[in-house]
Design a protein around this ligand. Structure first.
Ligand SMILES: *Cc1c(COP(=O)(O)O)cnc(C)c1O
Length: 373
């Protein structure tokens, strides 16, 4: 370990600065200008304690208001807690309400971290299958028989899923679970902070959003909204430190993640109002891509900015191109575009979120040119 050798750690650099970015996991986490300032302001370790010197984090007026008033209203929930992310939030909920060996019922389009969270808790998972090609739809009516059969400790719906951007009928599932008195959790990683969503309106017990995925925060951070009937179970207190909540190891709230989440929130609240425009833009983009011979998979017409395409024409080119399956990545990058996973040509997902129409037209033009070449 020479000093020379360690220099590389001092020169961390992002590779895609200034390009049009189509990467779904990055679009909703881009910081606002004020959040960039907050990031630097509270970059020093534990400097968030300077927000209200002398007080514990949960007692600080700004944080208290954000967690006890602002976020519950935004999520349509009674109580909100900060988690380390969506995956941790799912873990916090199932770890609190389900004993090892029990079963949870989830949609077939669930994120892999749902399965891992269940594994960590020692739970069995049953999946409601999707409809397969081309729409991969989750029909929420299919939950009913499986609820009767497995008596799950919890029902989970990914809304939308992170692969196809499908939005199943979450409200209808709320009506179904009510009849069976099963707790219902909505994974809103790609919804909360992009589109209007209310836990209560959808009839859910829990909702989780991701700061870094959709709320313009540096993260890692999540917001967990819940119905007050779960207070005693999820917020159970330590016997030794009666103020402290066991499930959250006291509190998960920390530093830059929280500072950027709060600083971005006013802008996030505003952008959610533009959701209809975002949706229309995604639909327009999907049509334009189909004109080039690609096929959009998932809900049609599409209802979300995360879009999955089958791209046979690009796959065919990749078979002959000297750069092989990496050609698309290189060709797009030459034209100032990034965010499609390097090496993918046959199918890929992208997001149109917060990209203006002019830039999306450039993207379409780039795809067209690459096809012609
Ligand atoms: C990104 C994503 C997650 C993980 O979110 P974190 O907040 O980073 O844990 C979970 N579920 C879905 C559907 C996702 O897209």
């Amino acid at each position: 370990m020479t000093n020379e050798n360690l220099k590389k750690f001092e020169k961390l650099e992002r590779k895609n600065k200034g390009l049009i970015n189509l990467n779904p996991i990055q679009k909703g986490g881009e910081l606002t200008k004020v959040a960039e300032k907050a990031l630097v302001e509270f970059g020093d370790g534990y400097s968030i304690y300077d927000l209200s010197p002398g007080l514990e984090l949960m007692e600080m007026p700004l944080i208290k208001e954000f967690i006890q008033e602002t976020m519950p209203k935004f999520l349509g929930a009674d109580i909100v807690r900060i988690t380390l992310g969506v995956r941790e939030g799912i873990f916090n909920v199932i770890h609190s309400i389900a004993k090892p060996g029990k079963t949870i019922l989830v949609d077939g389009n669930r994120h892999y971290t749902t399965i891992i969270a269940a594994e960590r808790t020692g739970l069995k998972v049953v999946e409601v299958p999707n409809s397969g090609e081309p729409e991969y739809k989750i029909n929420v009516e299919d939950y009913e028989d499986l609820i009767k059969k497995h008596k799950p400790a919890l029902v989970l719906l990914t809304y939308p899923d992170g692969n196809y951007g499908n939005l199943p009928d979450a409200k209808r599932l709320g009506e179904i679970v009510k009849r069976y008195q099963v707790p219902y959790l909505i994974n809103g990683a790609y919804a909360v902070g992009r589109m209007p969503i209310s836990m209560k309106e959808l009839g859910a017990d829990f909702i989780i959003g991701s700061g870094q995925k959709s709320m313009a925060s540096s993260g890692p951070i999540g917001v967990l909204g819940m119905d007050k009937k779960w207070e005693k179970i999820i917020l159970r207190k330590s016997k030794i430190y009666p103020q402290q909540e066991i499930e959250f190891l006291g509190s998960e709230l920390r530093g830059t993640a929280m500072a950027t989440l709060m600083a971005s929130f006013p802008a996030v609240l505003e952008r959610v109002k533009n959701w209809e425009k975002e949706k229309k833009k995604a639909q327009w983009f999907s049509k334009e891509m189909e004109k080039l011979g690609l096929k959009q998979i998932g809900d049609k017409p599409h209802k979300h900015d995360l879009i999955f395409f089958k791209a046979e024409p690009f796959y065919k080119i990749s078979l002959k191109h000297p750069k092989g399956r990496f050609f698309l990545h290189y060709e797009l990058k030459k034209r100032g575009i990034t965010g499609i996973k390097p090496g993918l040509t046959k199918h890929f997902k992208l997001s149109t979120f917060s990209i203006d129409k002019e830039d999306l037209e450039k993207v379409i033009k780039a795809f067209r040119e690459i096809l012609k070449k």
